[in-house]
Design a protein around this ligand. Structure first.
Ligand SMILES: Cc1cc2nc3c(=O)[nH]c(=O)nc-3n(C[C@H](O)[C@H](O)[C@H](O)COP(=O)(O)OP(=O)(O)OC[C@H]3O[C@@H](n4cnc5c(N)ncnc54)[C@H](O)[C@@H]3O)c2cc1C
Length: 727
């Protein structure tokens, strides 16, 4: 029988052999066949095609929030890219406004974007509530506060959620892109030889063809009244072109889920008078208004500036968008003003309608996120579209971009294999599927309020289906519309004060049902801490301990909306938990910072977190050695218990010799708080390896490994997609 030592040497030799082969194969594959003969790392932004076609390592289609964030992240990580945008101007329709905790954490790393949003957003007391009422000046059924004390105490995150309109966010993103050297160009402005760092307005992506060198992307644009076409070559094309994604259709990816949950008209308007009234009388973010004349949801984007969006349900084909938006400006304002008047409860004299936009609510996720040999990738609404209930749409898209950026950068710089792009789909698609069903549950919860008032939307939809049925479709459209509106107005009569009062037995029953919904937290919620900070990847660029599974399969929870708190967790796939720490050996005046700040947003760098104990130092030395072999930047962080600054902490330098890229920190916790290891539910001889996107890739007991170097080669190989490691 072979000795254990001989067995291990043999394993290591096999592993070395496999690793060298797989790395050669991977790099060879990257620079030849599937990735073409053009090496995007050497691209100068010109040539590369059969004729003089601009070549870009990454071309992004769609300059919405997700496309812009991706271009910032890629540029910071050294990847050349440009963005195609079919519109000639950026939309000013506010749409998204709730920025969740995880997105704000990512924004902290974009040159102070989070702090700038906090300085510009309305004060939290003006938007922390959802208000349910008969009109903005009429009786209030309920008022729900969505902020908790822990949202402000920075225990689970260094930052809180925000309320900031999408178009204002876009402006801040464009400012950051300008600082990174981007320019926004109209079709007539873009002749020239430099193609990267451009936002090419008025360019619609119309075709995608694989070539030997990557992808040829066709665009059309209007120049001097004539449609013209321009081609681009790229190694990677990212479709961030929204819910009706052309990229998705061009590469034949289907969506799966529920369609047409609800049709709505979104009216963007200004009224300083309304803003000032609500600011003083009943400040809130969302106002759900139900009365016999109209039903709608008013989103207060900014009370001080009097900026609002009104969402009104509409039923096609009987109701048409033209019913709300006549071409004639006078009529357009009149129709909207009438609806606003019915919901507000008094005549506002300063309403200025800016825009009217129909939209349809779907709950769908793309069947694939990646196609064409890892070259075409979907992000944001192009990959998933959910009901906005809970504000997950843009947030999920921005977090897609964050997951993808370091993977593209690692692949293009040769650190990772092209297959790492597959891990983007493995990690992000399940999150979108989960967030879709959570948003549908939220949407249904929002509908529980009108249902309790006797206005069951399911009944409204059934009535609509009957009117659309073959039986009624023989009626002239005007009669169908009349019938529909007649039935709806009878339904809305349930909301009259005659019925809805404590003295009326039916009204009193409905009001008590409503109170129960609010008291039990069963109405629409704004915050989902367990999903916001606690979402976790189950498979992807993650490594389980040898022979083990990271996650045992769990029975999926039936009720996703059961409000669960965020519980810090340091298993592979989870976001690195936040804790305040102080750097040791730095000036004592230096402020505490978050463990999340140990990861740089400006470069690819992995992080190994250890306690100051022998076995973990040994593993850290081996990690540094293997990282060097893999050309992977790695930093080690040694977390010391609170009070270590008083002692002479100098063992790390000796223990980690000759490696210099390490930092000693101490916990900045209150005496009653948990230590880092307790917070992460780990023993102090465990170590964790954190990826550039702040998610944990691997965790192990430092004293349980037989051969540190062999184990670390396995870890880096698997995490970076260099094939299955032979053991
Ligand atoms: C009423 C409402 C409220 C919402 N509230 C929230 C919220 O509070 N929080 C939240 O997280 N989300 C919210 N959302 C969702 C959020 O608005 C979207 O998820 C977000 O806009 C998606 O961003 P995106 O960049 O993926 O796509 P988009 O914003 O749709 O941008 C796509 C861009 O691609 C361009 N484009 C399309 N086709 C092409 C083409 N062929 N060639 C070139 N360019 C193209 C489009 O012109 C557009 O500029 C809300 C949505 C609605 C409707």
């Amino acid at each position: 029988m072979r000795s254990v030592a001989t067995g291990l040497i043999l394993k290591r030799k096999l592993a070395d052999f496999f690793y060298t082969c797989s790395r050669r194969r991977v790099l060879g594959r990257f620079s030849s066949s599937s990735f073409g003969t053009v090496d995007p790392r050497k691209s100068n932004g010109r040539g590369g095609g059969e004729k003089e076609v601009p070549h870009l390592p990454v071309l992004i289609v769609g300059a919405g929030p997700v496309g812009l964030i991706l271009s910032i992240l890629l540029t910071k990580l050294g990847v050349k890219c440009s963005v195609l945008e079919k519109s000639v101007v950026f939309s000013r329709h506010p749409q998204a406004h709730f920025i969740n905790n995880r997105t704000m954490e990512l924004f902290r790393k974009l040159d102070g974007l989070a702090e700038e949003i906090q300085s510009l957003e309305p004060p939290v007391d003006l938007w922390r509530r959802f208000i349910y009422c008969t009109s903005l000046s009429g009786p209030v059924f309920g008022s729900v506060d969505h902020m908790k004390p822990q949202d402000f105490d920075k225990t689970v995150s260094p930052i809180s959620v925000a309320h900031f309109s999408q178009y204002k966010l876009m402006n801040l993103l464009l400012q950051r892109l300008e600082k990174l050297g981007f320019s926004v160009c109209s079709p007539s402005e873009i002749e020239g030889s430099i193609w990267d760092r451009k936002i090419l307005m008025g360019h619609e992506c119309i075709s995608i063809h694989p070539t030997n060198e990557g992808l040829k992307v066709g665009t059309s644009y209007l120049k001097e009244g004539k449609m013209e076409e321009r081609e681009f070559h790229c190694s990677i094309l990212v479709g961030s072109d929204g819910a009706r994604s052309t990229v998705r259709k061009l590469v034949d990816i289907d969506m799966k889920g529920e369609r047409n949950l609800q049709r709505l008209v979104s009216v963007h308007f200004l009224s300083k008078d309304l803003g000032q009234y609500l600011l003083h009388e009943r400040p809130g973010m969302l106002f759900f208004i139900f009365n016999p004349d109209a039903i709608g949801v008013l989103v207060a984007h900014d009370l001080d500036q009097g900026e609002f969006v009104l969402q009104i349900p509409y039923y096609s084909p009987q109701q048409k968008i033209e019913d709300f938006s006549f071409k004639d400006t006078f009529n357009l304002i009149q129709v909207c003003e009438q609806i606003i008047l019915k919901l507000v409860g008094w005549k506002l004299v300063d309403v200025q309608v800016l825009d009217i936009k129909p939209w349809v609510m779907h709950a769908e996720v793309a069947e694939k996120y990646v196609s064409h040999n890892n070259r075409v990738i979907l992000v944001g609404d192009a990959a998933h579209r959910f009901p906005p209930a809970g504000g997950f749409g843009m947030n999920t898209g921005i977090q897609d971009a964050h997951n993808l950026a370091w993977k593209i950068s690692s692949m293009l710089s040769g650190i990772a294999s092209p297959s790492i792009i597959q891990t983007y789909e493995m990690e992000r698609r399940p999150i979108a599927i989960y967030n879709t069903s959570l948003s549908v549950e939220n949407f249904r919860a929002a509908m529980s309020v009108p249902a309790a008032l006797g206005l069951d939307p399911a009944i409204a939809n059934s009535v609509h289906r009957v009117i659309n049925s073959s039986l009624c479709s023989i009626l002239p459209p005007s009669l169908q519309k009349f019938a529909l509106e007649g039935i709806f107005s009878i339904g809305r009569a349930q909301l009259s004060e005659l019925i809805l009062n404590e003295n009326n037995p039916l009204g009193s029953l409905r009001l008590s049902r409503l109170k129960k919904i609010f008291d039990e937290g069963k109405s629409l919620q704004l915050q989902f801490p367990a999903e916001d900070l606690g979402f976790c990847y189950k498979e992807g660029a993650l490594v389980a301990e040898c022979g083990e599974k990271i996650w045992e399969s769990e029975a999926s929870s039936v009720h996703k909306r059961d409000l669960k708190p965020y519980i810090p967790c340091a298993k592979p796939g989870c976001r690195l938990p936040h804790m305040l720490i102080n750097a040791l050996k730095e000036s004592s005046a230096k402020a505490s910072f978050s463990t999340l700040d140990l990861i740089s947003g400006d470069k690819i760098e992995f992080l190994l977190i250890i306690a100051p104990i022998k076995g973990s130092y040994r593993l850290a030395r081996a990690s540094m050695m293997v990282a060097k072999e893999f050309d992977v930047p790695l930093k080690v962080c040694i977390i010391w218990p609170k009070g270590s600054s008083d002692k002479n902490v100098n063992s790390s330098e000796k223990e980690l010799e000759p490696w210099k890229n390490f930092i000693d920190v101490e916990e900045a916790v209150k005496p009653t708080s948990k230590s880092w290891w307790e917070l992460c539910q780990m023993s102090s001889n465990e170590v964790i390896l954190v990826r550039p996107d702040e998610h944990i890739a691997w965790r192990t007991e430092s004293n349980s490994i037989a051969d540190d170097l062999l184990e670390l080669k396995r870890v880096f190989s698997l995490m970076l997609g260099h094939g299955k490691f032979l053991l």
